[in-house]
Every structure is written in structure tokens, then in C-alpha cells.
Design a protein around this ligand. Structure first.
Ligand code: ATP
Ligand code: MG
Length: 658
């Protein structure tokens, strides 16, 4: 994208529905009105150090207090809570037991084949201590990076907490990645050990993990890796290399169930995690101990207004930041009960999600737009078979949610009674940045609403100037916050250039920008318009992808849509739409006309797709995001270039080429 400041993104979406928080939700909520929210915003703005300092002292346990809240003397390299010593594993476990939550369930786990395991805080503490002692026996300690390549089993969370306990940063690599993708990440992070399993279950198949680890390590490709710890999950026969490979069940259960938590410096590395790779080569995002802990903790408390009796379920995988912050650290740090589910909806059990909600009486459900659109495609008859009266809150994360998908989620899954919490954030931000608060914020379908207190979000042009209301621009954060990434692993230059020097504000203040476009409406609501790399330039009008896609999705025949620009001699770019239809609809020339007219009526002739292609599926990252850069190459008739290692299903490409 060119950085001419006059090039704002035009908004064409017109969405005016508003849903106020219901009085009974507001009555019981911690933050129970918009004025209370605004008061917090003002406090944080007037004296950020006081605001964050008080929160850190109140919400976290400290072995030693910090003596400085924020050191921003060398931007963009921030130091939060300098001098303090803490441990996130202690905050998630020991402190909960001290607070009287020892016998409360911390994790309820269900495997894809249906087995259930439950861990109270006391039990989880013991398991984590044993695993931590086993890691020590393998010679691992403070500062040694440990890679996890795991199915969604409790041992994945246990291993993360065990690493954190001994001060070994973890690097979780999603279990669906190939051995090459794993190898790249092991080399990049100089991992000392890998924790894995023989395999895992996914969509009724066994995914072999250990053999992929063997392949990644073959020919001494990762010389830093000295040991591999293997959880037995599927009982497949696997190779175990003497000296290097150890079974979890041989090493862990016999350990002492006590292991004191290392006193970690606030700025000690907690983990490295690679981004989803929607726009290019994944970046190894570094998060540190105290700031991340505070941010995962506070945001979880705020956005879900967590209560003691909630059963909370986030459907992400621990291989993504959402799994880190909102399956493991955020919920446990708050003493909540977190459901962990190995499965996904699959041919043998398409209603799996609804079944889990019914069975475990889930009260807060947090999932991704891609899942919601997949359910819309098959209609409401399936979810209607389940009793989901236990639900009180619905969350969404990962992509812009189209207003019609939002409405469907609210009506069909939430029975029109549960607030929909659309949370905008990134791997880099550590936790949620822009989101409604259930007791305070009137919601609008498709808008993530307002920044959380302390988050100075803005929509600007390339000079860093705030754009007028209603105009689209770059979504930026003007002030540092505790959960911000600290650097790109091993590449400070990339950190500086991709996030802090992309925009060149006059006056020289650094502002954080990580790729998304947005606009603000006259009520101050933020509307994420998609990634600025994906903006389409039609006859001088710059259009975000989200709005055209939302217009398509609002047609009853469409369940999912992705639009991209194709170079065009006359118009600059023409609009090409890839469309997935609802179960009962079928492709025809008539429908193409109908869809084009529908977009014309909804948002204007300028956005009418020049070409519409139907497809059963769209190319997505393994975290479920549409990869528009691949569609852009396809639309232009080019070869697919760039990193495709994070693509979910290669066969989708072959289908789309035809
Ligand atoms: P890469 O940075 O490697 O291209 P990625 O950006 O997909 O990958 P993540 O950090 O997993 O990696 O995703 C963050 C991005 O997801 C955001 O920048 C935004 O584009 C999108 N996103 C997440 N939540 C929302 C939301 N609620 N509304 C709109 N967009 C969202
Ligand atoms: Mg990104």
C-alpha cells in the first residue's frame, strides 16, 4: 500500500442496529455502565503509570515488588514493571489455592473420542510441579526454550505451565503444521527440547506428531534439541531414539508433586509464538512475564466479566495466541473453570460444539467467525437440537465478523439473550484490545466497539494524523500497553520496521501499527475493515474487503465470501469475489446477477463484483483465517507465491484453479 496520507479507505457499509446490554447483565457486572467504562478510560489516560501500576499490584502476586511501571526510554523496546519478580505459573496455580480455589475445577477436558478428564486447581498444581521437575531432570532451566508440538490434551496446558514454572520460555507450534514448518521454528528459536505426543485425534483421524518431530530433527537439522518428551495419546507405534526420546509416563508421574516457582524478572521471556501467517512469513512474537500476565488476566476479567460459577470455553487451539491467553493463562490466572476440547465439528459429529456446551453447561463460549459461518451454511436445525440455555455470553475473535454472521450467532446460538463480544486483537498485542464489555457497551453487529481502558487506539493516515469520523485508515495504538510484544525473536530490525516504522508520523512519536484498516463511526465505534494489504482500488475508490464481503454474506444464498482486487487497465483494479453458498443454494448465472445487484443495492455500484466464482471452500490459515493473498494470485491468473506453509488444506487450491 502506498503511504500517501490522502489515501484513506472509503467506507460503504451501512449498519445501524444497536443492542443495549440487558439490565440483568448490567446489574451484576463489574463494569456496569458506559459511564463507569469512561471513568476507567479517563483514569488510564490521566495517569497511565498509576493505572497500570495499581492494576499490577492488585491483580498479580509478586515475590518482589517492581520499582518502575514503564520504562519507555528506548522505544519501541518497552520494559514493564522493572525490578519486580513474579511467576505466571504461581499466579495461575499456587495463588488460586491460597485464595481457596484448590478444589474448584481448573480444567475440564474432553477428547475427540469422548473421554473426559477433570483437574481441580490442586490437582493441576501437582501435575504441573511433576512435569516441571521432569523438565529439570532433562537439564532444562531458566532461559532454555522448549518447543511444544502437541494435540489438544491437558498435558499441553500442563507443559506450558511447567515451562513457565521453571522459567523456560515455551514456543508452541500448532500440531497441524508440517515437519518443515516445525523444523523452521525449532531452528529459529534454538529450542533445547520438544514436548510432543505419539499423535492426536483430529476430524476422526489420527494425526501423527512424533514421526513429524523425528523428520524435523533428522540429519541433525536442529542441533540445539537434546531431548524429546512424548505423551502417549493414540498408542500408535512410534520410534523412540535412546538417549534423546523419553516417555512422559516414564518421567513425569514419579516426580515429586512440589516444585517451587522460579522468581522471574518481569521482563524475562515467557514465550515465543509465531503469527498465523495470513499475510506473509510468520513472525516469532516475543512476550515477557509480568506484562503479558497482567494483560491476559485483566482482559479476561473485563471482557467476559467472569463469575465464580462460570464454565468458560474457548474453542481455539493452544497453538495460537487465543489458546495461550484465553484457554490457559487468562482463565487460570482468574481462578476460572476452562473447558479444553480436542475435537472440532466433523462428519461423524457435526454438532460437536453444541454437544459440548450442553454436556458441560458452558456459560461463556468464545469462537471464531470462520466456525460461525460454517454453521450458518448448514442452517439452524442442528444447533436447535441442543439445549444451550446455560450460555450467558458469546465471544468471537480472529477475523472481522460480518454483521449477518453476528446476528445469526446472537439469535441462533445465543437465543437473543447473550451479548456478542467481538474482540479485536493480534498475536502481537498479547490480549484483547478493542471489545465490548458485556455490562456496559451497547453493541453493533460487525463492530468491535471501543478500546479497553488504557488502550489508546486510533484511526490515522500515513502521517499518523487522526482521520475524520467515518473515513477508513490505519488502525494504530498510540501508547505502550503491558501485553505488547517486546520484539520479533532474533530480529529487532524486523520488529522496528514492520510495527513501529511503517507509518511516519510528523513529530516523531512512534505508533504501533500491525496491518489492519478501520474506521470510526460518529458514536466512536471502531469497525475493522480488513487488512490494509487487501484494500482494493476501484477507479480511485479504495475499498476494504470486509464491507463488500459483508454485503455478499447478507444475501440469503451466501455463507462465506472473500473479495480481492485484480489488476484492470481501465479501473485500476476490478473486484473478484469468491463465494461459498449456503447448503440449499446452487450456483447459476441468475444467482451471479442477483448477487451483483444485491451488492449494488447494499453498498453501491462501485463495489459490484466484476467476477464471482463459487467454491465449496476458501483457502484459510490453520487458525481459520481467509488467505486473500492466495486468492489475489489466483484471480490474476498468477502462480501462488510467498509462504503457504500455514495453509490449512492444499486441495482447496486445486479446486479453485478449475
Ligand atoms: P500474519 O501477521 O502472520 O499475517 P495474522 O495477522 O493472521 O498472521 P494473528 O495474530 O493470529 O495472525 O491474527 C491477528 C489478525 O486477525 C488481526 O490483525 C486482524 O486482521 C484479525 N482479527 C482478529 N480478531 C479480529 C476481529 N475481532 N475483528 C477483525 N479482525 C480481527
Ligand atoms: Mg498479523
Amino acid at each position: 500500500m502506498s503511504s500517501d496520507p490522502s489515501e484513506s479507505i472509503e467506507s460503504v457499509l451501512n449498519e445501524e442496529r444497536v443492542f443495549d446490554p440487558s439490565p440483568d447483565v448490567a446489574d451484576e457486572a463489574r463494569i456496569s455502565s458506559l459511564s463507569q467504562y469512561k471513568m476507567m478510560v479517563d483514569q488510564a489516560r490521566e495517569d497511565p503509570e498509576k493505572f497500570w501500576g495499581e492494576a499490577a499490584r492488585k491483580e498479580l502476586h509478586w515475590f518482589e515488588p517492581f520499582n518502575q511501571v514503564l520504562d519507555w526510554s528506548n522505544p519501541p523496546f518497552a520494559k514493564w514493571f522493572s525490578g519486580g519478580k513474579t511467576n505466571i505459573s504461581f499466579n495461575c496455580l499456587d495463588r488460586q489455592i491460597q485464595n481457596g480455589n484448590g478444589d474448584k475445577e481448573a480444567i475440564i477436558w474432553e477428547g475427540e473420542p469422548g473421554e473426559i478428564r477433570r483437574f481441580t486447581y490442586k490437582q493441576l498444581h501437582q501435575e504441573v510441579c511433576r512435569a516441571a521437575n521432569a523438565l529439570k531432570d532433562l537439564g532444562l532451566g531458566k532461559g532454555d526454550l522448549v518447543a511444544l508440538y502437541m494435540p489438544m490434551v491437558p498435558e499441553a496446558a500442563i507443559a506450558m505451565l511447567a515451562c513457565a514454572r521453571i522459567g523456560a520460555p515455551h514456543s508452541v507450534v500448532f500440531g497441524g503444521f508440517s515437519s518443515e514448518a516445525l523444523r523452521d521454528r525449532l531452528i529459529d528459536g534454538e529450542a533445547k527440547a520438544v514436548i510432543t505426543a505419539d499423535g492426536g485425534y483430529r476430524k476422526d483421524k489420527v494425526i501423527e506428531l512424533k514421526s513429524a518431530v523425528d523428520l524435523a530433527l533428522a540429519n541433525n537439522a536442529c542441533p540445539s534439541v537434546k531431548s524429546v518428551l512424548v505423551v502417549q495419546r493414540t498408542n500408535e507405534s512410534i520410534d523412540m531414539q535412546t538417549g534423546r526420546d523419553h516417555w512422559w509416563h516414564d518421567l513425569v508421574p514419579s516426580q515429586s508433586d512440589f516444585c517451587s516457582a522460579e522468581h522471574m524478572d518481569s521482563e524475562d521471556r515467557l514465550f515465543v509464538l509465531y503469527t498465523s501467517g495470513s499475510t506473509g512469513k510468520p513472525k516469532g512474537v516475543v512476550h515477557t512475564t509480568a506484562g503479558y500476565n497482567l494483560w491476559a488476566h485483566l482482559t479476561f476479567q473485563w471482557i467476559f466479566d467472569i463469575r465464580d460459577d462460570d464454565i468458560y470455553w474457548c474453542t481455539a487451539d493452544v497453538g495460537w495466541i487465543t489458546g495461550h491467553s484465553y484457554i490457559v493463562y487468562g482463565p487460570l490466572s482468574n481462578g476460572a473453570t476452562s473447558v479444553m476440547y480436542e475435537g472440532v465439528p466433523r462428519p461423524s459429529n457435526p454438532g460437536a460444539f453444541w454437544e459440548v456446551i450442553e454436556k458441560h453447561k458452558v456459560s461463556i463460549f468464545y469462537t471464531a467467525p470462520t466456525a460461525i459461518r460454517a454453521f450458518m451454511k448448514n442452517g439452524r436445525s442442528l444447533p436447535d437440537k441442543y439445549n444451550m440455555n446455560s450460555l450467558r455470553l458469546l465471544g468471537t475473535v480472529g477475523e472481522p465478523i460480518n454483521p449477518e454472521a453476528w446476528m445469526w450467532y446472537r439469535e441462533v446460538i445465543g437465543g437473543n439473550r447473550c451479548p456478542v463480544i467481538d474482540t479485536w486483537w493480534q498475536t502481537e498485542t498479547g490480549g484483547v484490545m478493542i471489545s465490548p464489555l458485556p455490562g456496559a457497551t451497547p453493541t453493533k453487529p460487525g463492530s468491535a466497539t471501543f478500546p479497553l481502558p488504557g488502550i489508546e487506539a486510533d484511526v490515522v493516515n500515513a502521517n499518523g494524523e487522526t482521520v475524520p469520523t467515518g473515513e477508513g485508515g490505519y488502525l494504530v495504538i498510540r501508547k505502550p500497553w503491558p501485553g505488547m510484544m517486546r520484539t520479533v525473536h532474533g530480529n529487532e530490525k524486523r520488529f522496528r520496521e514492520s510495527y513501529w516504522e511503517y507509518l511516519r508520523p510528523t513529530g516523531g512519536n512512534l505508533i504501533y501499527f500491525a496491518g489492519d484498516g478501520a474506521r470510526r463511526d460518529s458514536d466512536g465505534y471502531f469497525w475493522v475493515m480488513g487488512r490494509v494489504d487487501d484494500v482494493i482500488n476501484v477507479s480511485g475508490h479504495r475499498l476494504g474487503t470486509m464491507e463488500i464481503e459483508s454485503a455478499l454474506v447478507s444475501h440469503p444464498a451466501v455463507s462465506e465470501a472473500a473479495v480481492v482486487g485484480r489488476p484492470d487497465d481501465l479501473k485500476g483494479e476490478s473486484v473478484v469475489a469468491f463465494v461459498t453458498l449456503e447448503g440449499t443454494s446452487s450456483a447459476s448465472d441468475h444467482l451471479i446477477n442477483d448477487l451483483r445487484n444485491h451488492v449494488g443495492n447494499e453498498i453501491g455500484a462501485i463495489a459490484k463484483p466484476d467476477e464471482i466464482r463459487f467454491s465449496d471452500a476458501l483457502p484459510k490459515t490453520r487458525s481459520g483465517k481467509i488467505m486473500r493473498r492466495i486468492l489475489r494470485s489466483l484471480a490474476a491468473g498468477n502462480d501462488i507465491s510467498g509462504d503457504t506453509s500455514t495453509l490449512e488444506d492444499r486441495s482447496v487450491l486445486d479446486k479453485l484453479r478449475n
